[in-house]
Every structure is written in structure tokens, then in C-alpha cells.
Write a protein that binds this ligand. Sequence first.
Ligand SMILES: O=C(CO)[C@H](O)[C@H](O)COP(=O)(O)O
Length: 225
Amino acid sequence: MSVNQDQLKQAVALAALEHIKPHIEQDSIIGIGTGSTANFFIDALATIKNQFDGAVASSEASAERLKSHGIPVYDLNTVNSLEFYIDGADESNHQLQLIKGGGAALTREKIVAAVAKSFVCIADESKLVDVLGTFPLPVEVIPMARSHVAREIVKLGGDPQYREGVVTDNGNVILDVWNLSITSPRDLEAQLNNIVGVVTNGIFALRPADVLLLGTQDGVKTITV
Ligand SMILES: O=C(CO)[C@H](O)[C@H](O)COP(=O)(O)O
């Protein structure tokens, strides 16, 4: 019997809980991502909420879900270190370089991931690709720079599309960039971030995931590089 995508997401969320559990202490604070897979993880984490201190969230939506379970949410500025950051992805290659930002939370996700000692990515098998870029690359942009950034992206060979009606938690807008075949993720990540007006882009290659827990029809696979 085949397992549907939500069941795969739930399975990797439970696997992530098992992955971090042995390292969790009463004063631990855990970095939490955004999206449907991260939501499954938040719900799983709630089952051990008395065994750690609290969480740092990468979005207002995740903060609300954590609080609804009675899990304290901390401002990242008040936290010295995070052992783990747990989050989903829109795509991962075999080097665990990612595209993220389908839920428009990429900037805060990248910040929390940067602080964490270990980034555990949780995803169903549809997210694993050989080359990043089939999923349109989200770029968070300061609103007044939208057209300028779009023109610069066209020069790089991308096809930017304004994600209408979406405002990020930081008050910015999103351009989704189509038709990029991202063969040098680190270079493109840096190049896009160098465009004036870009807050950040959804390539996570300069700081890739450390572990990918991949939900497959044959069970959860643990991938490291
Ligand atoms: O980057 C993200 C949000 O900005 C998510 O991790 C990504 O969109 C995957 O979402 P889902 O777990 O719902 O498939």
C-alpha cells in the first residue's frame, strides 16, 4: 500500500523528533522552520514539551502554532546558541543544498539556520532532485527595489515573477524566479544576494542542511554528505 505525501511528511517529522531527542536537555531551545512539514514537526515536538525550554520560530505562523501547544517562543536575540534547526524544503540536491521559501519565510529561516549547530531538513521524496531550479527560486526583495531586482535577474537568465498579494513577515515582497538551472548553487546564492534591494534568496548552499531525513515509500532515509 502506498503512503501519501502528508503521511511521508508526518513520518519524517517523527523521525526528526527521534533524531534530536537524545540531545535534548531541560534548557534546550530548538529552532523551528515553516511550512506543512515543519507543522507536523511542531505537533510531534509538543508531545515532549516538558523536556525542553522552548523554541525560536522562523515565522509568525510557526510561532503561533508553537504557542498554541504551550511551547514558549523566544526572540532569537535573547538566545546564545541553538543545537538544532528543523525545517522543510522545496528542493534538495544530493549535497543537501536547498531551495526554500515556498512559504515566503526564507529570510528568517536562513537566519535561524545560520545560528543552529545542526540543520536537520525534513522532506518527502518528491523534494530530492539532481539539479536545483525546477521549483521557482524565491527571492525576498525590498518593495521599492522590485523592478530593479527583476531587471537584474533577467540579465542572469532568470524569469522573475512577482508573487502578488504576498507580504513577508519582514514587510517585503517575493519574486519567484523561473527557468534557472542551478548548477553552481553557492555562486548563484552569493550573486543574487549582491543585487541591491535583495534581502536574501532561497538558495541554502553557503549553509546547506547537515542531515536530510527523506520520507520515501520504503521508509525514512537519513542522508548526510
Ligand atoms: O521554505 C519553506 C517555507 O518558506 C518550506 O520549508 C518549504 O516551502 C516546504 O514546505 P512544505 O513543508 O509545506 O512542503
